[in-house]
Ligand binder design. Structure first.
Ligand code: SAM
Length: 219
């Protein structure tokens, strides 16, 4: 990946390799995901005054009361999706755009929705500067994006009270969705696989704490 508009120092490249090694110790074992964590400059998606913190495994404020997710969370959700080259992916909660960039680097075609206008505009401008080609939308992602679906994979990066039925309907048969589901404090990562037109298999995995999914089919 080539990012001509920003500086990426040897130190930052080194910090990314260390971060990938740290995530491997925390259980991320998909080599492609680890390689992408070591490749995508997270500091580009981070407030510039705090670039020194970009390679810590921490969430961080990005404005509008929202956060860039922990690198572990990004790697965990990406690993569960098992992205193949050319997968058409719907992301709900663009935020900083870091998860979007990780999905692109994994070879996906990405449609991403953000409900905070300020973040949508900021990330759209950043993607133009970085020449990253994702389809970014402003709106309520809990309703999905029926006109661009069905999707091979769906990722929700905000915590939902239940799985929005629109998102289930927009998943291809054999497709996978990762979505944190629970109350406002804690959510279980749900991995949903669509088995047939009417059947879904849902696994409840580890506990996380996300910002809330706010919208018609959410909080
Ligand atoms: N992947 C992002 C990142 O690493 O920067 C995660 C950002 S944050 C954890 C979750 C995002 O979901 C926030 O930017 C929030 O505004 C957004 N969000 C919440 N409800 C939403 C909805 N209904 N539709 C679209 N975005 C939503």
């Amino acid at each position: 990946m080539n990012f001509p508009a920003f500086t990426d120092t040897y130190r930052q490249k080194g910090e990314r390799k260390l971060l990938a090694a740290q995530l491997q110790k925390k259980g991320i074992n998909d080599e492609k995901v680890l390689a992408v964590i070591a490749e995508v400059p997270r500091h580009f998606f981070f407030p510039k005054d705090f670039w020194d913190h970009a390679y810590e495994d921490k969430a961080f404020q990005i404005g509008a009361g929202q956060t860039i997710s922990h690198p572990h969370t990004v790697a965990y959700q990406s690993q569960l999706l098992g992205i193949s080259e050319g997968d058409v992916v719907l992301e709900i909660g663009t935020g900083s755009g870091y998860q979007t960039a990780v999905l692109l680097a994994l070879g996906a075609e990405v449609y991403s929705i953000e409900r905070q206008e300020e973040l949508y505009e900021k990330t759209k401008a950043l993607f133009n500067q970085l020449k990253l080609e994702a389809y970014l939308f402003f709106g309520d992602g809990s309703k999905g994006l029926a006109e661009k679906g069905p999707f091979d994979k769906i990722i929700c990066t905000a915590g939902a009270p239940t799985i929005p039925t629109n998102l289930l309907a927009q998943l291809k048969i054999t497709g996978k969705m990762v979505i944190p589901v629970g109350d406002e404090k804690n959510q279980k990562m749900n991995l949903v696989t669509r088995i047939s037109e009417k059947e879904f298999h849902t696994q409840e995995l580890e506990t996380f704490r996300f910002v809330p999914l706010i919208g018609e089919q959410a909080w």
